[in-house]
Design a protein around this ligand. Structure first.
Ligand code: 13P
Length: 283
């Protein structure tokens, strides 16, 4: 049953859990997420970012999302991840994304406020919700997170977060506490207490990016401190890649249809584990 992210996060708040927002840039990854969610009966978010247009562009990916979720009974929604391109956001809203992220974290604070307000107004016309980001969350596609560690002075400041949410009217706030997009090569040191401080002064759900590769113990503290949506991609796609790698290493003749199935199963197993972790089930 398609719903809005706002409604999904109300469920998460009531249960003191988080839902995963899975980037799913192709049929295989989207199917893995949908199958895992149906098996566990857990709500989910399918998310697309412009950086993934090279795998499947946003128009086609939306067709894939819609066709795979046609008969799904658990609540789900479609979310646009990380962009500061207002035209792209409008395109996503027209295609049926009911939640969009405006990422102006690289802009000056006042510029971020000004542009986020524009997006909130645009999204209102479509009945969609808006996530925005404050602070710095570094990125590496497949790289070395050691070189990307962000100084804690760039983490989200709770006073600024309060001001930002009040002035922009956003529905969700993505915060920086030391997580990194991509592969962690060393255990990240997270400022989990900062989530609590922000939660105390901000009345919208908080979002954690860079959710792959964080230990279960830290995830549980982050959720208890107020995180309600966790963005997740890298370790799921790695799990698909590793499953294919094992298969290729053990077979002489490779048929693509087998590779597709193996990747789906590898990613599904990772999605199952992730959903259990975020909804506080045994893993
Ligand atoms: P990971 O790279 O940790 O999977 O995070 C994905 C993400 O935060 C997308 O917005």
């Amino acid at each position: 049953m398609e719903t809005t992210l706002k409604e999904l996060l109300k469920i998460a708040e009531a249960k003191n859990i988080a839902f995963a927002s899975f980037n799913a840039p192709n049929y295989e990854s989207a199917l893995a997420v949908v199958e895992a969610a149906e098996e566990l009966q857990v709500p989910f978010i399918l998310s697309h970012g412009p950086g993934h247009d090279k795998y499947t562009d946003i128009t086609r990916v939306m067709d894939i999302y819609k066709s795979l979720t046609k008969h799904v009974k658990v609540p789900f929604c479609f979310h646009l991840d990380h962009t500061s391109d207002l035209d792209y956001i409008e395109k996503a809203l027209k295609l049926g994304f009911t939640s969009v992220m405006y990422d102006g974290s690289h802009e000056s604070y006042e510029e971020n406020v000004k542009n986020t307000i524009k997006v909130v107004e645009m999204a209102k016309q479509y009945g969609a919700s808006v996530e925005a980001e404050l602070g710095t969350i570094a990125s590496s596609s497949y790289g070395n997170s050691e070189t990307l560690l962000v100084s804690s002075s760039e983490y989200t400041d709770s006073n600024q977060a309060k001001d930002f949410v009040e002035r922009t009217g956003i529905d969700m706030l993505a915060i920086a506490i030391g997580t990194v997009h991509g592969v962690y090569t060393t255990k990240p040191i997270l400022d989990l207490n900062r989530i609590k401080l922000i939660r105390e002064v901000v009345d919208v759900p908080l979002v954690l990016h860079g959710g792959s590769g964080i230990e279960n113990e830290d995830i549980q503290i982050a959720i208890d401190n107020g995180i309600r949506k966790i963005n997740y991609y890298t370790y799921m796609t790695l799990a698909g890649g590793e499953a294919v790698q094992r298969f290729v290493n053990n077979h002489e003749k490779i048929f693509f249809h087998d590779i597709s199935l193996i990747a789906i199963e590898g990613m599904k197993q990772d999605a199952l584990r992730t959903m259990k972790m975020f909804t506080k089930r045994d893993i």
